[in-house]
Ligand binder design. Sequence first.
Ligand code: AP5
Ligand code: ZN
Length: 218
Amino acid sequence: MRIILLGPPGAGKGTQAADVCRSYGIPQISTGDMLRAAVQEGTSLGREAKAVMDSGGLVCDDLIIELVKERITQPDCANGFLFDGFPRTIAQADALRDEGVRIDYVIELRLEDEEIVRRLSGRRVHPGSGRVYHRIHNPPTLDDRDDLTGEPLVQRDDDREETVRERLRVYHEQTHPLVAYYSAWAVQDGSAAPRYLVIDGRGGVDEIQARIQTALGG
Ligand code: AP5
Ligand code: ZN
């Protein structure tokens, strides 16, 4: 199963990806997580990406495309994968298509900007595991707390309010055109195109998870 999870920053892509990946036994490929790991390791990619990410912009297409091309050749991708936060520009989507990577589903997670700002301002991340929580709406459960080994939850550098606003602006300008790109493709060329699913991103985490499972026919 090969899935693209498409949606604005803070729509819940990372939160929902974990369950879909568990159900299908496929890895979650989050270009954002890969870039943050590179920043943490201090690689040249990380150094280049850090300033762009902190400003709310997009890392250049060539770097991202190389990163993803290399990642999907890994053995854990043999049964498919879920892209979280990729592709994010028409150039990235074209590169995927040119590589002949067939995608089964594009899932668009829809959420209004106002709710996004609310969710991102309360987001907290566990640095050790990368697990994502919300201070109020999605706090760690008792089970999670056992796994957290006392490490404090932290706020992502790009979740400051002005950066969130810039990320939203960039989303509408550069990533939202992919909605038309994939939905039009699905209509024009049913056989080669991914199926296009629209999921309402409002409501509780479990509710949205159930919507996705139903839409995927599971
Ligand atoms: P990336 O890490 O991909 O960030 P993003 O797309 O902005 O998305 P987020 O991770 O912020 O949100 P999410 O949709 O995963 O939401 P989450 O589940 O965490 O990218 C970061 C940066 O890297 C980019 O800005 C760019 O610079 C660079 N980059 C990455 N990929 C790139 C690419 N392909 N090309 C170029 N540059 C790239 O949820 C958010 C919060 O809401 C959490 O607190 C969560 O607990 C809470 N929440 C989730 N669901 C619910 C719910 N149902 N109700 C209440 N709260 C909820
Ligand atoms: Zn994410």
